[in-house]
Design a protein around this ligand. Sequence first.
Ligand SMILES: Nc1ncnc2c1ncn2[C@@H]1O[C@H](COP(=O)(O)OP(=O)(O)OP(=O)(O)O)[C@@H](O)[C@H]1O
Ligand SMILES: Nc1ncnc2c1ncn2[C@@H]1O[C@H](COP(=O)(O)OP(=O)(O)OP(=O)(O)O)[C@@H](O)[C@H]1O
Ligand SMILES: [Mg+2]
Ligand SMILES: [Mg+2]
Lengths: 256, 256
Amino acid sequence: MRIVAILNQKGGVGKTTTAVNLGAALALAGRRVLLVDCDPQANLTDHLGLDESVGELTVYDVLTEGVPIEGAVLPTSTPGLSVLPADGDLAAVEQELATEIARETRLRRALARVPADTYDWVLIDCPPSLGLLSLNAMTAATGMIVTVQTEYFAMRGLSQIDDIVRMVQEHVNPRLQLLGILPTLVNPVTRLAREVMEEVRGHYGPLVFDTRIRQNIRLAEAPGHQSHIFDYDPLSAGAEDYRALAVELEARVAAA
Amino acid sequence: MRIVAILNQKGGVGKTTTAVNLGAALALAGRRVLLVDCDPQANLTDHLGLDESVGELTVYDVLTEGVPIEGAVLPTSTPGLSVLPADGDLAAVEQELATEIARETRLRRALARVPADTYDWVLIDCPPSLGLLSLNAMTAATGMIVTVQTEYFAMRGLSQIDDIVRMVQEHVNPRLQLLGILPTLVNPVTRLAREVMEEVRGHYGPLVFDTRIRQNIRLAEAPGHQSHIFDYDPLSAGAEDYRALAVELEARVAAA
Ligand SMILES: Nc1ncnc2c1ncn2[C@@H]1O[C@H](COP(=O)(O)OP(=O)(O)OP(=O)(O)O)[C@@H](O)[C@H]1O
Ligand SMILES: Nc1ncnc2c1ncn2[C@@H]1O[C@H](COP(=O)(O)OP(=O)(O)OP(=O)(O)O)[C@@H](O)[C@H]1O
Ligand SMILES: [Mg+2]
Ligand SMILES: [Mg+2]
């Protein structure tokens, strides 16, 4: 079971879009995938039209009450693709766990109780902050993918991520591995995108995925239809890019 | 002194870009403007190239130690445009003030101690969350502008904002007024943008600004040059839109 946190504290850089569509690509390739929505804004849950079917139990109950993950997981219309949903309650997690013991290992312990061969991939969608929820994701994860919109601010946030990864590796999760940097919302023709790509590659070299997720309006339209890109427009550039990413990711972990 | 919080808990919807460029437009029109960076990621401070000149004192010290705002304010190269900067320390504010009294009125009290005719406008850049920092901004503010990227998720977040504005008005700040909804990152030719605009207008009617901030790569390039749009490319569509917004905003508050 590979557990991957999708991270960047900068807002709006394609974390949720990546979690949903990379997850769907892996599921359509025959893998069993669990998407964990770790954002109180619950965009992932909403993206797949599950906000209405969210019952009593969400990832909030898993983190605060130790409810087993299986009790809260929802299926999607795609075989092999399941969601551990979020809702607004999750906003309270930081305060509620502020004085608790082992606040950062709750997600890890919950995932550890899931039978080992239930899922091939667990993808965790993180909020735009480096708080307790992102920390739980990084503590639980075997690997992480950092999405970087090829513009100024998203690139600037990378050094802060380096620091926090090192801290997590030293103190709570030595097996956490940076699987790759994923360029997102790439407009291939602009000088800005090229300059940011050069700077990111200069710093991270081979860690940068060859796959770049190009700007493609279909990816922005899909959530309005409660769908991932493969249900909404399987011939789009967005579908092509996320399919390629799934292939590259599996090759990368197989080689590791 | 008009105090305006620039808000939306959704990430990457043009809050910082609006705070900087609306502020610059007002300053270039002769107003005295203070930009308050309320985001631990300090994008606003960075946008104007001030991250290096940030001294010992930032908005963090104002909020936690009661340091006077004047002690931390930095000038910019634009006359009439000043910045109360942030740095990474601000990330700790939520925990540090977790058990303190009057945690949400700290920014308001700090601004109340600034001599009444020091600034014409105070614009507060908020982080992508509805936590203690955004709450301080909404408690201190006389008005708020909600930036809405004309795509699915930013629009979905609006109902949550309605609730929290009502709560702030009822409990801590009856004078808080929604000044307007600002469509941002608008690609005028896409159906998605049109559909989101229709839905937002259907809900908010005349509250939606006539000015729309169009997608314009110059706005994304400007921070790489440590500049606002009027220094970077004053003839661009981005400059045109933010200039128009400043005019519309002043007309709106004059009429109120
Ligand atoms: N490659 C793309 N092409 C076009 N639009 C995209 C692409 N990727 C994401 N989007 C759109 O851009 C916006 C931001 O993306 P998304 O919500 O996935 O980012 P995020 O990092 O999860 O944001 P947050 O930090 O708020 O959680 C959304 O409206 C989404 O639909
Ligand atoms: N109208 C525009 N045209 C082109 N690019 C833009 C426009 N407005 C903002 N951008 C770019 O889009 C990205 C997101 O904008 P910005 O950082 O201002 O949003 P934000 O809401 O402050 O994000 P966060 O929630 O992370 O604080 C930035 O890279 C910015 O330079
Ligand atoms: Mg997201
Ligand atoms: Mg910002």
